[in-house]
Design a protein around this ligand. Sequence first.
Ligand SMILES: Cc1cc2nc3c(=O)[nH]c(=O)nc-3n(C[C@H](O)[C@H](O)[C@H](O)COP(=O)(O)O)c2cc1C
Length: 354
Amino acid sequence: MHIGHIRLANRLFAAPMAGVTDRPFRQLCKRLGAGYAVSEMVTSRRDLWNSLKTSRRANHAGEVDPIAVQIAGTDALMMAQAAAFNIDRGAQIIDINMGCPAKKVCNKWAGSALMQDEPLALAIIEAVVAACAPHNVPVTLKMRTGWCHAERNAVRIARAAEGAGVAMVAVHGRTREQGYRGLAEYDTVAAVKSALRIPVVANGDIDSPEKARSVLAATGADAIMIGRAAQGRPWIFREIAHFLDTGEHLPAPEVAQAKRWLLEHLHDHYGLYGWDDAGAGVRSARKHIGWAVRALPGGEAFRSRMNQIETCETQVRAVTDWFDELADTHHLLPATSAAANDACIEDEPFEKLA
Ligand SMILES: Cc1cc2nc3c(=O)[nH]c(=O)nc-3n(C[C@H](O)[C@H](O)[C@H](O)COP(=O)(O)O)c2cc1C
């Protein structure tokens, strides 16, 4: 699997998720089997580039190649400048966000709202490709199936994007109108795949090795992209890789191993957001801990307790003790019910995060 001239380790991608796929989380996904992970979106607004939020998002120190940065915006020139800004900071691939339904983005006519204005979408794509070409940086596009059910124009936009020099397209099998409701459909993804020569990536509701295999078969896609199902379960990538290679399931991770992964993630997380008391590190780590424990026995109660903890050291101690206690009764992570996992996925405040 290639994106332009860049070869990827495999065809399992971590989806960009604002407020989630920061560098520490991307690193973890890559360590646990993702061949590719896209950054949270970085705004094209120059006045925000020096903000703490954007400078954290544009920090790729130590990140495993390839470094892929998603940019979001509504103005072709600003998007071209944002591409150049991120290339200067280490981006090796630039991804254009045409998939995000968050109001904060769409009210400014960015994200998936761009699918409603095809000439503007194409102008942005052309400007970004032109800005990236001198640096030999491939441009990719992340989109939905269309604006609304009656206007599923993904094939038309994808064809135009390919013509403009885009190197890969990822399609989330929902319309903008759907938000995250209903089920992802893969017929439109399959139609995009058959219309293009560049790689096409299928995205939406892939949450198990079986689902990964069936989506690959149904769409003919070159790769799959996983978002919410990796929250709290980043090892899903190696589970899927193993299943696609062998047709067999990996055993669940050992509780002790899951604890080590989470603690390593937390240390990396505090490294980016700060170890200071009552700082961003301890607060923003809560959601990752919550996802990791919520569907496990006693996890819900621990999650509430966790939200009262105000220092990184106490948070680390509490996580360690909780997993050690779980390890007294379980060697492997106990199977989680689909319903519990669905609950984790459904109630994320995406619009706030993006
Ligand atoms: C919390 C959250 C944040 C997201 N942020 C972005 C984003 O910044 N850019 C983007 O293109 N899509 C974003 N998405 C959409 C995901 O990349 C993905 O397309 C969607 O979640 C469907 O895949 P899934 O069913 O595997 O989660 C976000 C989704 C979630 C849940």
